[in-house]
Ligand binder design. Structure first.
Ligand SMILES: [Zn+2]
Ligand SMILES: [Zn+2]
Length: 373
């Protein structure tokens, strides 16, 4: 099963021709999950090999425009390009994000007279007061449940963190587990971790054939870790013919922040294959970065080190840092490659690789716990 991450926007504040506003797509097993949807995400999608119609879940880290303003437009375009089947309703899109997102979408779609032809549900994460300075707390009047459900809107869940782990559970199905954790930013922000469930090891079919076990239901039972009694009375245990279970891959995406809140991030991100963290400004500007609720490469690297991740991807760069290759020595003073070196300085000897995000970069996450570019 393939898994990859494509950056559609690696810039902060606003979309520019060099860096789109925040958005990335994680593809797993034919499904696409969108993390953040800044303005212009739909045109970035069109320029990429990805298909907007494959998006089945959307995760919004926080309600700042550079992570959100693209969402109503993208949903409308997906709807316009759908050709509905007369006997089947299109699949539902699940949208996760902080309280207020449900109302934002409802009002945007309603006031613009937009009608989606697919069902969607907005599941809201309830933030706490320690996720932002006092002035960043969202007026409850703005997040209050307003109006009636739109024709295609289905009731969404209101999500609270687990009292033990402090993590929010967003998705928990047969294949994956998606959690969220709290971050500190100018307004409440969240990070997400997506983890594949452990899967059974490979069945040694050559050995089974030698033992005279024919393919069929027996194979399924062994995979489900049941023992079998063969025709000659011999008992075959799963461990004799099954490789050890394969640990799933884990990808984490942090929203804007200058620090996590509590320890939930560690619980969610420990040992991740790939961790995407913002680095809006370079190390020399740490004071300014923190003042605006943002991080520097060294701050991001400290989180990656803490969680023991295999690869740290820096993203959400101030628009002054042009992508490598587009920087013109004579005009652009700010060098993004310096930011990579700053993160590497912290991670020296840890084995964690540092990568700079740029628009349309795709990273493949391999099952063998190796990440290849
Ligand atoms: Zn941002
Ligand atoms: Zn922000």
């Amino acid at each position: 099963m393939s898994m990859d991450v494509t950056f559609l926007g690696s810039g902060s504040a606003y979309p520019s021709p060099q860096r789109g506003a925040s958005a990335l797509v994680l593809r797993i097993d034919g499904e696409s999950f969108l993390f953040d949807c800044g303005e212009g995400t739909q045109t970035q999608l069109m320029k990429s090999p990805l298909r907007a119609s494959k998006i089945s879940k959307v995760f919004i880290s926080h309600l700042h425009g550079d992570h959100l303003f693209g969402l109503p437009g993208l949903l409308c375009t997906i709807s316009m390009n759908l050709s509905p089947l007369p006997d089947r309703s299109p699949p539902l899109i699940d949208i996760f994000g902080p309280c207020g997102l449900r109302r934002f979408l409802r009002v945007s779609l309603q006031l613009s007279g937009s009608q989606l032809i697919f069902p969607y549900a907005v599941h809201e994460l309830v933030p706490s007061d320690d996720q932002c300075p006092e002035e960043g707390r969202i007026d409850p009047e703005l997040t209050r449940e307003g109006g009636i459900l739109l024709p295609q809107e289905r009731p969404g869940r209101t999500l609270h963190p687990d009292p033990n782990t402090e993590c929010f559970t967003l998705v928990d199905d047969k294949l994956i587990l998606v959690k969220a954790f709290k971050l500190f930013h100018r307004i409440p922000s969240f990070g997400f971790s997506l983890e594949e469930k452990e899967r059974p090891g490979r069945l040694n079919t050559e050995l089974l054939k030698e033992l005279g076990v024919k393919p069929g239901p027996f194979y399924g039972r062994l995979k489900n870790r049941e023992s079998l009694t063969l025709d000659d009375g011999r008992v075959l245990t799963p461990s004799e013919v099954l490789d050890p279970p394969v640990k799933g891959r884990k990808v984490c995406v942090f929203g804007d922040c200058c620090r996590p809140v509590g320890k939930a991030y560690k619980h969610a991100c420990e040992g991740a294959d790939l961790l995407v963290h913002e680095a809006t400004l370079e190390d020399g500007q740490q004071e300014k970065a923190v003042e605006h609720g943002h991080s520097t490469p060294s701050m991001a690297a400290a989180i990656a080190k803490d969680c023991g991740v295999k690869m740290l991807v820096l993203s959400h760069f101030s628009q002054r840092y042009k992508p490598e290759g587009l920087r013109r020595e004579e005009e652009d003073e700010d060098d993004v490659t310096e930011m990579k070196r700053q993160a590497e300085g912290i991670l020296q000897g840890s084995g964690t690789e540092v990568v700079l995000a740029q628009d349309f970069l795709t990273l493949t996450v391999n099952l063998e716990k190796r990440v290849m570019q």
